[in-house]
Design a protein around this ligand. Structure first.
Ligand code: CNA
Length: 241
């Protein structure tokens, strides 16, 4: 039996699978990842203040908001992006009672758009925005439509509900995700370099039976996995679901 046939059988027989993914899930939707071969981190001018880690940091938002929003709007917002086969396959598995949760590092909201209900967004979402001063909520269209710094009616900056570099994760979301992984029988990890912490270390909470890792490039957790598949996620899911 081939590896993919074995995995298909495992997924067919389990009612307790959890998926943990990252930017590689959405590359087939036209959203570039950070560390893949065509990722945003592969372009560097050598100036630290031009690096994505700085441009997407709390410091940049606080002290150079124009620069922050220019980069954020150009590279983090994809209003026309649609879910791809992987997003839809995961939503279908949940509807069929086979998938318990999707845990994502993505901020694009595409899992929910595909129909997934139990989604833990570890790094927040570009779909929600709020005034840093008064807390008033704004949708993504408001931020997309602003030319420069999005402002609230109170004058405060409207920022995305996204976990920026130097900011902490929501304890509630992280605990929910950790519990889902700790209670899973099968864990599929896909489209993530597993280098951003603490999110990546969630894999260590898994004590179930089958760990399946689907990623185009090597990750620090490959040795932990029972199956390591180095093919595009959508192609793999077409054969699994
Ligand atoms: P990453 O570090 O960019 O890693 C992505 C991984 O996915 C790489 O190892 C690639 O080799 C792999 N990959 C790319 N395309 C595919 C594919 N089709 N099939 C299989 N593997 C593929 O991204 P991580 O998610 O690990 O890092 C976490 C960051 C990235 C989070 O903070 C996110 O907010 C951030 N991010 C999110 C998005 C998004 O929301 N779509 C886009 C870009 C970056």
């Amino acid at each position: 039996m081939s590896q993919l046939e074995e995995i298909r059988k495992i997924l067919e027989n389990s009612k307790n699978t959890v998926f943990f993914g990252g930017a590689g899930v959405s590359t087939d939707s036209g959203i570039p990842d950070f560390r893949g071969s065509k990722g945003l981190y592969m372009v560097s001018t050598g100036d630290q203040e031009d690096e994505p880690e700085y441009l997407l940091s709390h410091t940049c938002l606080a002290f150079q908001p124009e620069k922050f929003f220019r980069y954020y709007r150009d590279y983090m917002l994809y209003p026309g992006a649609k879910p791809n086969f992987t997003h839809f396959a995961l939503a279908q598995m949940e509807r069929e009672g086979r998938l318990k949760a999707v845990i994502t590092q993505n901020i694009d909201g595409l899992h929910q758009l595909a129909g997934s209900k139990n989604v833990f967004e570890l790094h927040g979402t570009t779909k929600r925005n709020y005034c840093a001063k008064c807390g008033k909520n704004y949708d993504a269209d408001y931020v997309t439509g602003c030319r420069d710094i999005p402002r609230c009616s109170c004058g405060g900056i409207v920022r995305p509900d996204v976990v920026l570099y130097e900011e902490g994760l929501s304890g509630e979301v992280f605990t929910g995700a950790a519990n889902a992984i700790a209670g899973a029988e099968v864990l599929i990890v896909g489209g993530t370099s597993l280098t951003v912490h603490p999110a990546a270390s969630l894999v260590e909470r898994f004590t179930g039976r089958h760990l399946i890792l689907i990623n185009l490039s090597e990750t620090p957790y490959d040795d932990m996995a029972e199956y390591v598949i180095r093919e595009p996620l959508s192609e793999v899911f077409r054969q699994l679901v």
